[in-house]
Design a protein around this ligand. Structure first.
Ligand SMILES: Cc1cc2nc3c(=O)[nH]c(=O)nc-3n(C[C@H](O)[C@H](O)[C@H](O)COP(=O)(O)OP(=O)(O)OC[C@H]3O[C@@H](n4cnc5c(N)ncnc54)[C@H](O)[C@@H]3O)c2cc1C
Length: 428
């Protein structure tokens, strides 16, 4: 890559103030995965620099008023020492313990993540990384401030936002102000009084629709699925209070009760050894689209939900969105329905594609071996570019669905930190 970086080599800081002489490992991103990785790297004594705004995605790319679908016991950011769980944060704030029937407000999760960062990673540098290039086997890191330095290893903990899936046939047919992905919204009340067509059938679609309705908007959910599903409320607050027979038939796990979910939560390493097709199917099928149990009463009889509907075409007309929706049958015999909305909200999820990570220099993206857009990773989360690591959602196609959730931070950060510290160069 010709960034001019190598010719300015002498001006580039080698190492960091924290570890003079040694090149640092750089962690990009300060969401749950970046914070956990940095905590485990520090325990391993690895010199590091960590960049990002703590929990930025949780306050900038999720709607205010949202609740987490994961239970408190599955929502802690991993640290090698005790004292950093969500429960510890609540105790430190003088709040009582909570169990599985407590939906966590997103605002509480943001406060918890910031508390974790202040106590465990005060060295976090609240800056954006502008680019990462490759120079003589090292990484040339440039910050938004203009600072440039070399790193031996880079951990991409940049989360899901770059992977927001916006079907091009929908976004291409509408001007930008009439269509947006859910990840672009913090404040859904800006749609108050407007008709909003919400596309999708998962938690994001259903919760956005509930929040829109409560903010005085007129949402309609359009789902391809034949019906939308909601979870069932936990019978007890603590899994250990469930009858023994129930615990044996459906053991508790961070992803929910059941043997298959327990296997996915505990067996990330084993998932990696499964054939690629099986892994991708697991990622798609395990915990498929559904709303949290506490969401049903906010959607049923309040928000129109059109199931079994596929959007056939969209277009702009008089400053509004015109949708043609297939409601029955397919192809020429399909029955269609026309809908009008003031905005089309895409709750269409996320698809890993490292070509979307613009901060990685094009040659680094080219050198990174992929499958279906996702990086091929070693057991230690290292890509085919030695020293370049991926964690969080980008690693989910390799290690399975637990990497989609905060519950996966322990598994990922422990392995990754061990691999970085050992400098292992196993083949992905
Ligand atoms: C609507 C919604 C609801 C969810 N609910 C739950 C839930 O209930 N439970 C659960 O476990 N999971 C939930 N998830 C998934 C959860 O968001 C992820 O598991 C978690 O955020 C992953 O952590 P992360 O650190 O990989 O990514 P993120 O939290 O996205 O953090 C990545 C960080 O990287 C930063 N970054 C990106 N580029 C740069 C750069 N160039 N320089 C510096 N920093 C950068 C971003 O600002 C961001 O803060 C939800 C996701 C969504 C979208």
């Amino acid at each position: 890559m010709n960034t001019g970086f190598s010719v300015r080599h002498k001006a580039v800081r080698k190492g960091s103030a924290r570890s003079p002489g040694r090149l640092p490992a750089v962690v990009i991103g300060a969401g749950p995965y970046g914070l956990a990785t940095a905590a485990w790297l520090s325990a391993a004594g690895t010199p590091r620099r960590v960049f990002g705004e703590p929990m930025e995605c949780w306050y900038a790319n999720m709607p205010a008023g949202m609740y987490l679908k994961s239970v408190p016991a599955a929502s802690s950011i991993s640290a090698p020492e005790s004292g950093y769980r969500l429960e510890d944060f609540r105790t430190a704030r003088g709040r009582g313990p909570v169990g599985d029937r407590y939906p966590i407000p997103v605002e509480e999760m943001v406060d918890y993540g910031r508390w974790f960062q202040e106590r465990r990673l005060p060295e976090l540098e609240r800056e954006k990384v502008r680019s990462v290039g490759h120079v003589d086997g090292l990484f040339a890191v440039t910050l938004d401030s203009g600072e440039e330095f070399l790193a031996e290893k880079v951990v991409m903990a940049t989360g899901q936002v770059p992977f927001a899936h916006e079907p091009p046939e929908l976004t291409g047919a509408l001007p930008g102000e009439l269509v947006s992905h859910t990840s672009r919204h913090r404040d859904l009340s800006l749609f108050s009084g407007q008709r909003v067509a919400v596309l999708g059938a998962g938690q994001s679609a259903l919760e956005s629709a509930a929040l829109l309705h409560e903010a005085g908007a007129l949402p309609t959910v359009i789902a391809r699925a034949e019906s939308v599903a909601f979870g069932t409320p936990p019978d007890t607050d603590r899994p250990c209070d469930r009858p023994r027979a129930v615990r044996i038939a459906k053991p508790g796990s961070p992803l929910g009760p059941g043997w298959s979910l327990l296997a996915c939560s505990r067996g990330g390493g084993a998932v990696r050894r499964l054939p690629q097709g099986v892994r991708l199917r697991l990622l798609h099928d395990v915990l498929g689209p559904s709303g949290g149990w506490w969401l049903r009463q906010r959607v049923d009889d309040r928000v129109p939900v059109l199931c079994g509907c596929t959007v056939r075409s969209v277009g702009a007309e008089d400053g509004t969105v015109r949708l043609e929706v297939e409601v029955e049958g397919t192809g020429a015999g399909a029955r269609t329905k026309a809908l009008r909305a003031d905005h089309l909200l895409l709750a269409t999820g996320y698809r890993v594609d490292i070509d979307r990570l613009g901060l990685l220099a094009p040659e680094l993206r080219r050198e990174t071996r992929t499958f279906h857009g996702a990086p091929r990773l070693s057991a230690g989360f290292e890509s085919s570019v030695p020293g370049l690591y991926f964690t969080g959602l980008a690693a989910a196609p390799t290690f399975g669905p637990v990497l989609r959730f905060v519950a996966g931070t322990g598994f990922a950060a422990r392995r990754l930190a061990r691999s970085v510290a050992a400098g292992t160069r196993t083949r992905p």
